[in-house]
Design a protein around this ligand. Structure first.
Ligand code: NAD
Ligand code: LMR
Length: 328
């Protein structure tokens, strides 16, 4: 093994997404087949024993790329030297919990973790926030890390992107590999705006193959509410598909996106498409292996403009709520 190991920190490592994620990281699917990894598992004290069990199983896989595993409940140690951080651990919404309570509880997690990243992570740290509300949690973590460029804090919109591809492929009875330039604008919430305006199917415009009634009445709500449908069906929120999307997001960030395609990533807005600067927002993005770049110059239909605006309002309202709580 010639390459230096890359340190990957996973928070909520003993949870269900963590369990679906860690084995894929250790096998090389996150960073590539030539990159050894050191895995830091960050958990809260009651879950440390379960994390140890997962670590035992990771070791039992004898993954050639797995250099070491560290388990801790101390964020300063968990992010020490981290090159990639997957912030999965979050406080779930429980019965009767108001949105402000959820934002406050998560602010108490993502603020300190952002500070620990600021103080201890490697200079090239790249952060993906999976824990909900992912976009606003990423904003909180980024605000607590003033020495880390905001471009390094991202939120997971890739599951929404993959869900949108899957729904379109099923409708048209085509392989998912034929679909390019799918896009989900905005927030990882039911407000999100899945948009086929630029999508192609085997090189031809997808918008010519579906009617607006299907798009408005089936496609958009099905993709946007898929998380709730999975919870209803499984009795638990999506885990393997969420872990898969996290792998896809980081793999493309680090190794680049395919030619003539883009992916959806939740990144800090630079003002593109009228999205206020700083909001962590789902945009069409490419990477050449360093930074996410927002695809520029897309013409927006009236429906897309309305979808973008709805998500601006939703994310501004979350941002204002966490500001009022003193978390930003
Ligand atoms: P889970 O309850 O199975 O696991 C969460 C884990 O996080 C638990 O082991 C818990 O002990 C740990 N945790 C809690 N607070 C922590 C802290 N301060 N530091 C470290 N670890 C902590 O949940 P899950 O199914 O793995 O889901 C995790 C999060 O991902 C949830 O917020 C869920 O809503 C979200 N999610 C996001 C997407 C997305 O597309 N962005 C998709 C699916 C799920
Ligand atoms: C998902 O999209 O599957 C999750 O974000 C749902 C949830 O609320 O955990």
């Amino acid at each position: 093994m010639t390459k230096t190991p890359v340190t990957v920190t996973v928070t909520g490592a003993a949870g269900q997404i963590g369990y679906a994620l860690l084995f894929r990281i250790a096998s090389g699917q996150l960073l590539g087949p030539d990159t050894p990894v050191k895995i830091n598992m960050l958990e809260i004290p009651p879950a440390l024993k379960a994390a140890e069990g997962t670590a035992m199983e990771l070791n039992d896989c004898a993954f050639p790329l797995l250099d070491s595993i560290n388990i801790t409940d101390d964020a300063n140690k968990g992010f020490d030297g981290a090159n990639v951080a997957l912030l999965v651990g979050a406080r779930p919404r429980t019965k009767g919990m108001e949105r402000a309570d959820l934002l406050k509880a998560n602010g108490g997690i993502f603020g300190p973790q952002g500070k620990a990243i600021n103080d201890h992570a490697a200079d090239d740290i790249r952060v993906l926030v999976v824990g909900n509300p992912a976009n606003t949690n990423a904003l909180i973590a980024s605000a607590a890390a003033p020495d880390v460029p905001a471009s390094r804090f991202t939120a997971m919109m890739r599951l929404d992107h993959n869900r949108a591809i899957s729904q379109l492929a099923e409708k048209l009875n085509v392989p998912v590999a034929d679909i390019k330039k799918m896009l989900v604008w905005g927030n990882h919430s039911a407000d999100q705006y899945p948009d086929v305006s630029y999508a192609t199917v085997a090189g031809k415009p997808a918008a010519d193959m579906v009617d607006s009634a299907w798009l408005e009445e089936y496609f958009v709500p099905t993709v946007a509410k898929r998380g709730a449908a999975i919870i209803e069906a499984r009795g638990a929120s999506s885990a393997a598909s969420a872990a898969n999307a996290a792998i896809d997001h980081v793999y493309n960030w680090v190794n680049g996106t395919p030619e003539n395609d883009w992916v959806t990533a939740g990144v800090a807005s630079d003002g593109s498409y009228g999205v206020p600067e700083g909001l962590i927002y789902g945009f069409p993005c490419t990477s050449k292996g360093a930074e996410w770049e927002i695809v520029q110059g897309l013409e927006l239909s009236e429906a897309t403009k309305a979808g973008i605006q709805k998500n601006i309002e939703a994310l501004e309202s979350e941002r204002d709520a966490v500001r009022e709580l003193g978390l930003l």
